[in-house]
Every structure is written in C-alpha cells, then in structure tokens.
Ligand binder design. Structure first.
Ligand code: NDP
Length: 331
C-alpha cells in the first residue's frame, strides 16, 4: 500500500519514511515547499518510484490535504511546530489543531482508500507537572497545559504553549473519530513519544539546523553545563524506534483505536555524558553522578511492547550512533 507522510522532511518523519519503505510500503511525503524536496529525493533515491513528494504549502488552509490523500491506504501525520522560541500561543495551536483536523477532514472527503491514520502526538499530551515523582500511562491526559493557557494566555512559558498544542490537537483527533464514526473507513492510532534523540537523516550541514530535541542533545553532549542541569532530565526514545513504531502502527491490526507511549526510559543528562564516546569533543561532567537521581517523570511503555512488539535502543547505542552521525558530517 501507499502511505502519506506529512512533514516528511522532519527529524522524526524522515525515519518514519525510511521504516515504511523498508517494510515495503510506497510513500508519498508532503513538505511545505519545493526547496525541501531535493535532499529527501536523494536520501530515498534507491527506492525509486516507491517514494514521491507533494508540496502542501499551508496545512492550516481548509482542504490543504485534499489532493495529497487521494489514492493512499494510510496516513502518518507528523507535521506540527516543536520549538522553544518565543511565540504567540496560536503559532503553536493553529497549525497543530487545524493541521490535524484538516488532514482527517481531507481523508473523510477524499481518502476513499484510507484504512488507518497515525497521528504523532507526544507525551506532552500526557504528562502533568506534579510535586511527587509519577509514572504516567496512556490513561493520563495533560489537562494542566490547556488550563494554564486558558487562564494566563500568552504569559505562559513556551513549553506550555507547545504542550497545550499537542494535547488539544490529539483531543481534536479523537473527537473527530467519535463524531464521524459512522462515516469513516479508517481507524486512528496515536503515537506518544517523549524526547527523541539519535542520528538524523534529514538535511543538515551544521548543528543549528537540528530540530529542538536533537539540538539540545548535541549541545548537552558537547558544551559545558552546570551540575543542576546535568542532574535534570526527562524520558527519551531513539528516533529510529519512533520511526519503527509508526510503521508497526500500520502493520499491527490491534493497534487501531489506541494511543501508544513509545519510551525507552528516564534519563538525567549526566547519564548521557557517561554514555557518550570517550573523546575530547564530549563533556564528562562527573561520571556516575547521575545514578542516584530521582526521576520526576516516568512512562509506562508496556502497551508499546504488547501491541506493537516494540523493543528499544539503549542509551549506549543511541549515544554511539548519534556521535557517529555527527562525525560523519564533520561537526
Ligand atoms: P522537526 O522540526 O524536525 O519537524 C517538524 C515537521 O513539522 C517539519 O516537517 C516542519 O516543516 C513541520 N511543521 C512545523 N511547523 C509547521 C507549520 N506551522 N506548518 C506546517 N508544517 C509545520 O521536529 P520533529 O521531527 O521533532 O517533530 C515531528 C513531530 O513529532 C511533531 O508533531 C512533534 O510535536 C512530535 N514530537 C517530537 C518530539 C521530539 O522530541 N522531537 C517528542 C514528541 C513528539 P518545516 O521543516 O517546513 O518547518
């Protein structure tokens, strides 16, 4: 079958595309402009006609995906803004929500052969900031970020705007499915990753072009940081596992109707410094000092193992492979 992948040039999406092609799917990647095509065409040239690109200039326009969904059997919707630059709430909310609902609407109207749609949400749509350490599961919803945004508007931190955008976009997707249950020919799967690290195959001559999570990963490993920062952390997953999860979400029948956390576990940054290659380029911090850290957030990823059959890259593997990628680029 053929799969439409939105935001195909992104850090995660490029690995989604590769996983799909490796599983034998044909892929139609959607990108915002023509300039984003050449690198992808080169990257996936060996797959010949199994890989094609379409330009969807503005995902917030009504009917933006009407043409792109025609003739595909499944959709993977990854396009959504993720950055920590100052921005008005709507700069996150509008593309996140309208982009998601818009692609579902286009599928409803014109995607007559679509059987499944996978939406890339985030653990940002699951976690809440709490006083005590907590393990979150797919049953949890981030009510906090949308509430704080409703109460305080653009005064909330950027991360809250992002988290609200992911929560509201995912909610809108499930609501759409509920509302149109009798008309749709497809079911919905939602993938919820925490911070995504690892080697990248999207375009990038210098580290500044990295997406938000991969750039933070690169900076933390290569630039000095304070003990407080080295003992802070979150949960993580390798980008190749996120790509594979998106392909498995199409292959596993029972994934239909599920939101699924894909997470390799918690970290503090010192753990990554310990895992980084032993070379002058990489920070050392205080080796081993992360071992006793209290992890404020954890995710129960057992559904991903049960339903998708996921296994996860280890920290040592991800650090090694990301570093090899940077060296190959001469960074
Ligand atoms: P990237 O920034 O690498 O990719 C984001 C993609 O979305 C790009 O194709 C980008 O297009 C597109 N996009 C962003 N804003 C808009 C917009 N306003 N209109 C149209 N397209 C837009 O990030 P990631 O690969 O990290 O993120 C991909 C998805 O994964 C997002 O949905 C993100 O929320 C989610 N995610 C990411 C995590 C992470 O740690 N990286 C963790 C959990 C979820 P363009 O290049 O043209 O800007």
């Amino acid at each position: 079958g053929k799969v439409l992948v939105s935001g195909a040039n992104g850090f995660i999406a490029a690995w989604v595309v590769r996983s799909l092609l490796e599983e034998g799917f044909s892929v139609r990647g959607a990108v915002r402009s023509k300039g984003k095509c050449a690198h992808l065409q080169e990257t996936f040239a060996s797959y010949g006609e199994k890989f094609e690109l379409v330009v969807v200039p503005d995902i917030t326009q009504d009917g933006a995906f009407d043409e792109a969904v025609k003739g595909v059997d499944a959709i993977e919707h990854t396009a959504s803004p993720f950055h920590l630059n100052e921005a008005q709430p709507d700069e996150f909310l509008t593309p996140a929500i309208k982009g998601t609902v818009g692609i579902l609407e286009s599928a409803l109207k014109h995607g007559t052969s679509v059987k499944r749609i996978v939406v890339t949400s985030s653990t940002a749509a699951i976690l809440q900031v709490e006083k005590d350490p907590k393990t979150f599961s797919e049953l949890d919803w981030n009510e906090q970020a949308p509430r704080e945004l409703a109460e305080h508007g653009s005064a909330v931190p950027t991360i809250t705007k992002y988290r609200a955008s992911k929560t509201l976009a995912e909610r809108a997707a499930w609501d759409f499915v509920k509302k149109h249950r009798s008309e749709i020919t497809w079911d919905l799967v939602v993938i919820n990753p925490p911070f995504v690290f690892g080697p990248h195959i999207h375009q990038g001559a210098t580290p500044d072009v990295l997406n938000t999570s991969a750039r933070q990963f690169y900076t933390m490993l290569t630039e000095p940081s304070s003990p407080a920062v080295r003992h802070s952390g979150s949960c993580w997953v390798d980008v190749r596992d996120v790509g594979r999860a998106h392909a498995l979400a199409l292959l596993k029948e029972t994934a239909g109707g599920e939101r699924i956390i894909v997470s390799a576990g918690p970290y503090v940054w010192q753990d990554w410094l310990d895992a980084a290659p032993d070379a002058p380029k990489y920070q050392k911090g205080v080796p081993g000092a992360g071992k006793d850290a209290v992890h404020q957030l954890r995710y129960d990823a057992s559904k991903s193992e049960r339903v998708l059959g996921m296994t996860y890259y280890t920290m040592a593997e991800t650090a090694r492979d990301a570093a090899a990628d940077w060296e190959a680029r001469g960074w």
